[in-house]
Design a protein around this ligand. Structure first.
Ligand SMILES: *[C@@H]1O[C@H](CO)[C@@H](O)[C@H](O)[C@H]1NC(C)=O
Ligand SMILES: *[C@@H]1O[C@H](CO)[C@@H](O)[C@H](O)[C@H]1NC(C)=O
Ligand SMILES: *[C@@H]1O[C@H](CO)[C@@H](O)[C@H](O)[C@H]1NC(C)=O
Ligand SMILES: *[C@@H]1O[C@H](CO)[C@@H](O)[C@H](O)[C@H]1NC(C)=O
Ligand SMILES: *[C@@H]1O[C@H](CO)[C@@H](O)[C@H](O)[C@H]1NC(C)=O
Ligand SMILES: *[C@@H]1O[C@H](CO)[C@@H](O)[C@H](O)[C@H]1NC(C)=O
Ligand SMILES: *[C@@H]1O[C@H](CO)[C@@H](O)[C@H](O)[C@H]1NC(C)=O
Ligand SMILES: *[C@@H]1O[C@H](CO)[C@@H](O)[C@H](O)[C@H]1NC(C)=O
Ligand SMILES: *[C@@H]1O[C@H](CO)[C@@H](O)[C@H](O)[C@H]1NC(C)=O
Ligand SMILES: *[C@@H]1O[C@H](CO)[C@@H](O)[C@H](O)[C@H]1NC(C)=O
Ligand SMILES: *[C@@H]1O[C@H](CO)[C@@H](O)[C@H](O)[C@H]1NC(C)=O
Length: 597
C-alpha cells in the first residue's frame, strides 16, 4: 500500500520534472554553464536545437539541427574534423572566457578562443546562428564575438552568407562531407562568384559546375519578384536568392518567400541547401537541385566539361553492387597484377571513381572512408554478383546497354504485374457490369411485359393498341376462352411441341380457327420470347405472314394466338422473308415446322 503511494508520488514528481525541464529549455549558455551530451539548447522559436549529434554509435559532434528533423543531417557541426569517440563531450564557457568542447579525449576543442577574461554568453538565435557575445555590465548581450554562421559546414540555411568580407578578409563557403557518413571536410566546395553573380562548385579547387547567372524572375500568379539560376532545379515559389555587393562585402544569401496567400501552416518555414559528399546540391525535401555528381562523365546542365578519356563511353557509369571480380571464366582468383591498391587516406570515393574512370583498363573500384582506393583492372575480368548481398559492395563499371537491359527487364517484370492486375480488375468490373446490366434488363423486360399484360386483363375480347397508333390490333384472350377453344388443351388438338412450348389448334366461339402457342413455363427464355414475338410480330404484320391475333396471360401461363391456316405452307412466305427478318424467320420456322406435322 505504502509502496503504491510512493510509486504514484514519484511518478507525478517525475512527470512534473520532465514537464519543467521541457518548458524551461534554454537557448543560452552563460559563464560557467556547461552542456553535456544528453542536454541541448533550443532556440527561442523552438526551430533549432544545438547539442551533441551522434552520427554513428561512437562519433559525437557538436551540432545544430532543425528540431523536428534530427534524423536528417545536421545543418552545422562544430567539430567535423575531430569527433568525440564517446559520450563524454561537454560544451562549456571556460573561466578564461573561451567556448570549448572538453571530453575524455586529451585536447579540448576551442570554438571561440578569444579568452581574455571577458564575461561572455553563447546563444542559439532563432535564425539557427549560434553566437558568442560580450556581456554588458547591466546584464544585456553586447557585441558579437564569434558566430557559427562564420564557419559553415556543408549546409546553407536562410540568413547565412556565401562570399567574402573584404574588411576582415573572411570568406564563407560550403565544404562537402568526406563521405556519405563521414562529416570531415571533403573535396567539393560551394562558393559565390561575385563577378558573375553565380554559384560555383569546385572539386579540389577546380571549377566543376556553375549555376549560371542570377536572374530576376517574376511569378505572374503571385506577383512576387524572386531570383533564380538557370542550372538549379528548384521550386521558384520557395527560394528568394539575393546578393549584396558593396565596398565591404560581396555575398550571396537566400530567404524563404513569404507568400501572403498561404496560411501560416502551409507556409514553408524551414529550408536548406546542402552540398553532398558527391557534389550534388540538395534541398530540404531531399530533392536534387543540381546533379553535379554526374559531371565526371557527362554534360549535365552547368557542368564545365573536363577532358574525357577517349576510351570511355560517356553513357557508362559505376553501379554499386555486392560481389567480387573474377577472371573471365568466373572461377579463378584474379591475378595480382589486376588489382591495384592506393592507401592514400585523403582519397574519397569520388577520387577513386575519377581515377578509375581515367584509367582505360579499370573496370571497377572500391573505397572505404579514409582507407584509400582499390582498383580492378583488365578487360578479361568479370564481376560475380552476390544477390543475397553477403559480399562487400564494389563499384562496377556498367555500360549503358547492360544497364538498359537490366532496367528494361525490371520494367518488363513490372509491366507484366501491372498488366495482370489491370486485366483482373477489368474482368471483375466487366463481370459486375454485366451482372448489373442483366439484372436491370431483366427488371425492365419484366416491367414492360407486366405493363403489357395488365392491360384490361379479363375482358373477353378486347382490342389493344400495341404499337403506338400503327393500327395493329391485338386481342387479349381470356384463359377460359382458350381452354374452351382448344378443348382443354386436348392431345388431339396438339399440333406439336418445341423448345419454346407446345402448339394447339382451336376454334373460338366466333368460329375463327386459331393456333395457340403455349410458352413453356420452365425457362425465362419463354418470357423473353413472348415479349420478342409480341413486339416483332405486332409490328410487322404482313399479308403474306401468318397473322397474330392476340395473346393470353394467366398467372404464369403465356400464350400467343395466331390465325390458323391449315391449307397453306408457310415456307413459301418465309423463304422470301427470312433474309429480311432472320429473327422472325426463326420464330416462324419453328411454328411452320409444327404446322407441317
Ligand atoms: C548531463 O547533465 C545532467 C544535469 O545537468 C545530468 O543529470 C546527466 O546525468 C548528465 N549526463 C551525462 C551523460 O553526464
Ligand atoms: C570519462 O572518463 C572518466 C574517467 O577517466 C570516467 O569516469 C567517465 O565515465 C568518462 N566519461 C564518459 C562519458 O565515458
Ligand atoms: C579583451 O578585453 C578587452 C576589454 O578588457 C576588449 O576590449 C577586447 O575586445 C577583448 N578582446 C577580445 C579578443 O575579445
Ligand atoms: C546595457 O548597457 C549597454 C551599454 O553598456 C547599453 O547599450 C544598453 O542599452 C543597456 N541595456 C539596458 C537594458 O539598460
Ligand atoms: C558575468 O555577468 C553576469 C551578469 O552580469 C554575472 O552574474 C556574472 O557573475 C559575470 N561573470 C563573470 C565571470 O564576470
Ligand atoms: C531585379 O528586379 C528588381 C525590380 O525589378 C530590380 O530592382 C533589381 O535591380 C533586379 N536585379 C537584378 C539582379 O537584375
Ligand atoms: C527577397 O529578399 C529580399 C532581401 O532579403 C527582400 O527585400 C525581398 O522582399 C524578398 N522578396 C520576396 C518575394 O520575399
Ligand atoms: C535522401 O535520399 C537518399 C538517397 O536518395 C536517402 O538515402 C536518404 O535517406 C534520404 N533522406 C531523407 C531525409 O529522405
Ligand atoms: C549516349 O546515349 C544517347 C542516348 O541514349 C545516344 O544518343 C548517344 O549517342 C550515346 N553516346 C555514346 C557516346 O554512346
Ligand atoms: C593523396 O592524394 C591527394 C589527392 O589526390 C594528393 O594531393 C596527395 O599528394 C596524396 N598523398 C600522397 C602521400 O600521395
Ligand atoms: C583474355 O582472355 C582471352 C581468352 O579468354 C585470352 O586469349 C587473353 O590472353 C586474355 N588476356 C589477358 C590479358 O589475360
Amino acid at each position: 500500500m505504502e509502496k503504491a503511494v510512493i510509486l504514484t508520488i514519484s511518478f507525478f514528481l517525475l512527470t512534473f520534472y520532465c514537464l519543467v525541464s521541457l518548458v524551461s529549455s534554454v537557448d543560452t549558455l552563460r559563464h560557467g554553464d556547461s552542456l553535456n551530451s544528453s542536454a541541448s539548447l533550443v532556440s527561442a522559436n523552438k526551430v533549432f536545437t544545438l547539442g551533441f549529434y551522434k552520427l554513428e554509435d561512437t562519433n559525437n559532434y557538436l551540432g545544430i539541427w532543425y528540431t523536428d528533423s534530427y534524423s536528417d543531417y545536421p545543418v552545422w557541426l562544430g567539430n567535423r574534423e575531430k569527433p568525440i569517440m564517446d559520450n563524454s563531450g561537454i560544451l562549456t564557457i571556460s573561466s578564461a572566457g573561451k567556448l570549448i568542447i572538453t571530453s575524455n579525449r586529451s585536447d579540448p576543442i576551442e570554438l571561440y578562443a578569444g579568452g581574455n577574461g571577458t564575461n561572455i554568453t553563447a546563444t542559439l538565435l532563432n535564425s539557427g546562428n549560434f553566437v558568442v557575445r560580450e556581456m554588458n555590465i547591466n546584464g544585456s548581450a553586447g557585441r558579437s564575438l564569434w558566430e557559427s554562421f562564420d564557419y559553415p559546414t556543408d549546409t546553407l540555411i536562410p540568413g547565412m552568407k556565401l562570399g567574402v568580407n573584404h574588411r576582415t578578409g573572411r570568406s564563407w563557403s560550403l565544404t562537402s562531407w568526406f563521405g556519405e557518413n563521414n562529416p570531415a571536410s571533403g573535396i567539393f566546395t560551394l562558393e559565390w562568384d561575385p563577378a558573375r553573380h553565380r554559384l560555383i562548385v569546385k572539386q579540389r579547387g577546380l571549377v566543376l559546375w556553375t549555376s549560371g547567372d542570377l536572374k530576376n524572375y517574376t511569378d505572374e500568379n503571385s506577383r512576387l519578384n524572386v531570383k533564380e539560376f538557370e542550372n538549379i532545379v528548384m521550386k521558384p515559389d520557395v527560394f528568394n536568392f539575393t546578393y549584396v555587393s558593396n565596398g565591404e562585402e560581396d555575398y550571396f544569401s537566400y530567404s524563404l518567400i513569404i507568400d501572403p496567400k498561404l496560411t501560416s501552416e502551409h507556409r514553408k518555414t524551414i529550408s536548406l541547401l546542402r552540398l553532398k559528399f558527391n557534389g550534388d546540391i540538395y534541398d530540404i525535401d531531399n530533392q536534387t537541385m543540381a546533379q553535379v555528381r554526374l559531371c565526371y562523365r557527362d554534360n549535365i546542365k552547368g557542368c564545365e566539361l573536363w577532358e574525357q578519356p577517349s576510351c570511355r563511353n560517356l553513357n557508362d557509369s559505376f553501379v554499386r553492387k555486392s560481389g567480387h571480380f573474377a577472371n573471365g571464366d568466373g572461377s579463378q582468383p584474379i591475378a595480382e597484377s589486376a588489382y591495384d591498391k592506393d592507401d592514400n587516406a585523403s582519397l574519397t570515393e569520388i577520387d577513386c571513381r575519377d581515377n578509375c574512370w581515367k584509367d582505360c583498363e579499370c573496370v571497377g573500384f572500391s573505397s572505404g572512408d579514409a582507407y584509400g582506393c582499390s582498383y580492378w583492372k583488365g578487360k578479361n575480368l568479370t564481376f560475380v554478383q552476390s544477390y543475397d548481398g553477403s559480399e562487400p559492395k564494389q563499384f562496377v563499371l556498367v555500360s549503358e546497354a547492360s544497364n538498359k537491359i537490366e532496367s528494361s527487364a525490371k520494367r518488363w517484370k513490372t509491366w507484366k504485374i501491372i498488366t495482370l492486375v489491370i486485366t483482373v480488375v477489368a474482368l471483375l468490373l466487366g463481370c459486375v457490369w454485366f451482372i448489373i446490366r442483366k439484372i436491370e434488363q431483366g427488371k425492365r423486360k419484366e416491367k414492360e411485359l407486366r405493363e403489357l399484360m395488365t392491360l384490361e386483363e379479363y375482358t373477353e375480347t378486347h382490342t389493344v393498341e400495341s404499337d403506338g397508333g400503327q393500327g395493329h390490333h391485338l386481342r387479349l384472350f381470356t384463359y377460359s376462352s382458350i381452354v374452351r377453344a382448344t378443348g382443354s388443351f386436348s392431345s388431339t388438338n396438339k399440333l406439336g411441341e418445341g423448345g419454346f412450348g407446345s402448339v394447339y389448334k382451336g376454334e373460338t366461339v366466333e368460329g375463327q380457327k386459331i393456333a395457340v402457342k403455349v410458352l413453356s413455363q420452365r425457362s425465362r427464355q419463354g418470357l423473353v420470347e413472348f415479349e420478342t414475338e409480341l413486339r416483332l410480330i405486332s409490328q410487322i404484320q404482313h399479308v403474306n405472314l401468318v397473322k397474330l391475333l392476340g395473346y393470353c396471360k394467366d398467372r404464369d401461363e403465356k400464350m400467343i394466338i395466331y390465325d390458323y391456316m391449315p391449307n397453306k405452307s408457310l415456307d413459301f412466305y418465309l423463304f422470301c422473308e427470312y433474309r429480311l427478318f432472320p429473327t422472325l424467320y426463326y420464330t416462324f420456322s419453328s411454328y411452320s415446322e409444327v404446322f407441317r406435322k
